[in-house]
Ligand binder design. Structure first.
Ligand SMILES: NC(=O)c1ccc[n+]([C@@H]2O[C@H](COP(=O)([O-])OP(=O)(O)OC[C@H]3O[C@@H](n4cnc5c(N)ncnc54)[C@H](O)[C@@H]3O)[C@@H](O)[C@H]2O)c1
Length: 498
């Protein structure tokens, strides 16, 4: 059906893994909870419990600064290493850690390849990668090769080839590789996940996901350096690194904030899978219009290739549909859409939580959204157990309404207690592959493009998606002792929401 075949590597790799498994003798027992041969699938893979999780923060720009400050407040977690291109950014974080009575990192390295020394260090268990997009896969690959858990900011990789490299390296090294998709941990996303799992919406048929965020001022702002070597980078009106990408590419370059949660509702990689997509871009007007109007010395030869709006339609193997939108330049309110609909009803969370569902088939109760009072009651009834335990603390810690803290608390808790992480390298790959797949479809006049099956068929039997509640008794002291950091609030204000 599709014009473009991107799935063959899966078959070849699948055969390769079976060969390895059949010949297996080699067991990489070291850090694994249950020994498994190199190359085995990573679903459910857990490491032995870590008493203290030692984290390296790579990239302490805007997002990395909040990450470092958040992580240093997660019980049982310590920042032992920091890297950035710029020494002054590292120094600022060292001063913050000192001022806040946190242990000093044992290793800090400035420069583009400093991450290598950090990945090679024995003082690190987890490499927390908050660099610009093009460095996500290279750093994660190097981290896993050196026996580190690799956690990547979004998107986890930029190309399908990078996605496969991450899958293969994670399987070979037995090191978990997860994308830090904080939106999967949002209060309303987890509420909706809980409702989906309890069958409130019936058999799920359709989802809508998006990233609609007016970033014109942000992307022309002064805090981003340029990858294109613009000597005036950093001056207002000059494009930073994301606009460098937008000037060369089409499609959806930030697909996962909306798609991640919808994929968890639909058990993508765990009972269902993406099948194919079609994608189209609108024309580009907003970045040019804004640049011209706002900055006297705006470079008139600067052209953004990516359309203002990218629209994609994804079909899943079980026949479900997903609408995926991306628009980071139109003057309009923020939205991730976050809509799910099934045989009994639907929910969506933008501009606010709205729910409509039947209690008995045909009772007509799904014809109108529940009123404010009923919606509040639904919020209370279906609040995810994790948010019941940790929600108030997370809100105090800050970070997009607390979801960033919930995410960090959860993966660190999993590592401290020898549990598999909630999402794995296959989720990272399937969600991030949308970057290249949407661009391929846009550039071929919206022809259908096959989505690779990074699980090589294991999606058929893998257990459905859940986020389990944590037991605070299984964390070291300090769970209640959270301080809010000014930078986290400041970033949230600058960024609108995310
Ligand atoms: N999940 C979210 O809600 C969220 C929000 C904002 C940004 N992000 C993601 O975080 C990442 C960083 O975004 P940002 O806004 O902080 O960008 P930024 O430019 O402010 O920060 C990136 C930092 O990485 C450093 N860096 C670049 N190359 C490096 C290298 N080779 N080694 C070490 N450090 C290096 C830069 O010097 C800079 O300080 C991006 O992937 C972005 O998509 C995620």
């Amino acid at each position: 059906m599709s014009e473009i075949d991107v799935g063959r590597r899966g078959f070849i790799q699948s055969a390769a893994w079976m060969g390895v498994a059949l010949m297996a003798g080699e067991c990489l027992g070291g850090r694994l909870k249950v020994a498994a041969p190199s190359g085995a699938p990573m679903q459910g893979c857990a490491l032995k419990p870590m008493k203290k999780v030692r984290v390296a923060c790579i990239g302490v720009g805007s997002r990395g600064t909040s990450a470092l400050r958040r992580l240093s407040q997660v019980p049982g977690t310590v920042v032992t290493a920091v890297a950035d291109l710029f020494q002054d950014r590292i120094d600022k974080e060292l001063a913050w850690l000192k001022k806040n009575g946190k242990p000093a990192p044992v290793l800090t390295v400035a420069g583009p390849e400093g991450y290598k020394r950090i990945c090679e260090s024995d003082a690190v268990d987890v490499v927390y990668n908050v660099t610009p997009w093009h460095m996500h896969a290279p750093i994660a690959l190097y981290a896993m090769e050196h026996g580190k858990v690799a956690l990547n900011e979004v998107p986890g990789a930029l190309t399908i080839d990078e996605c496969w490299q991450l899958v293969e390296t994670s399987e070979r090294t037995r090191m978990p590789c997860m994308m830090l998709e904080n939106c999967c941990y949002g209060e309303e996303e987890m509420l909706m996940l809980n409702m989906v799992k309890q069958g409130v919406f019936g058999d799920i048929v359709h989802g809508e996901a998006g990233y609609i965020h007016d970033q014109r001022a942000l992307q022309y702002g002064s805090r981003y350096h340029s990858l294109a070597g613009d000597p005036d980078a950093g001056k207002a009106g000059r494009p930073g690194w994301a606009l460098d990408f937008y000037s060369k590419h089409s499609g959806n370059w930030y697909p996962t904030h909306g798609l991640g949660p919808v994929a968890t509702y639909m058990d993508i990689n765990r009972g269902d899978n993406f099948d194919f997509l079609v994608s189209l871009d609108s024309k580009q007007a907003n970045y040019h219009h804004y640049g011209r109007e706002m900055y006297a010395d705006w470079r008139k030869d600067f052209k953004v290739r990516m359309g203002d709006m990218n629209l994609s339609l994804i079909k899943t193997k079980l026949g479900r549909s997903i609408l995926l939108e991306h628009d980071v330049s139109s003057p309009r309110p923020y939205s991730r859409l976050n809509l799910i609909s099934g045989t009994k009803g639907m929910a969506m969370s933008y501009p606010e939580l709205k729910v409509a569902f039947e209690e008995k088939t045909g009772d007509g109760k799904a014809h109108a959204y529940r009123d404010a009072e009923a919606t509040e009651a639904i919020r209370r009834k279906y609040r995810h157990p994790f948010w019941q335990v940790a929600g108030e603390i997370a809100k105090k810690a800050g970070g997009h309404g607390g979801m960033d803290y919930i995410m960090d608390l959860r993966w660190s808790y999993c590592l401290q207690n020898g549990l598999p992480l909630d999402t794995d390298v296959y989720d990272l790959a399937a969600w991030s592959a949308m970057v290249e797949l949407t661009e391929r479809s846009v550039d071929s006049n919206s022809r259908p493009v096959d989505c690779p099956d990074f699980t090589r068929g294991a999606w058929r039997t893998a257990k459905g998606f859940t986020i389990d509640v944590i037991d605070p008794a299984k964390l070291p002291e300090g769970f209640q002792d959270i301080k809010r950091d000014k930078h986290v609030d400041e970033t949230a204000r600058q960024e609108g929401l995310i």
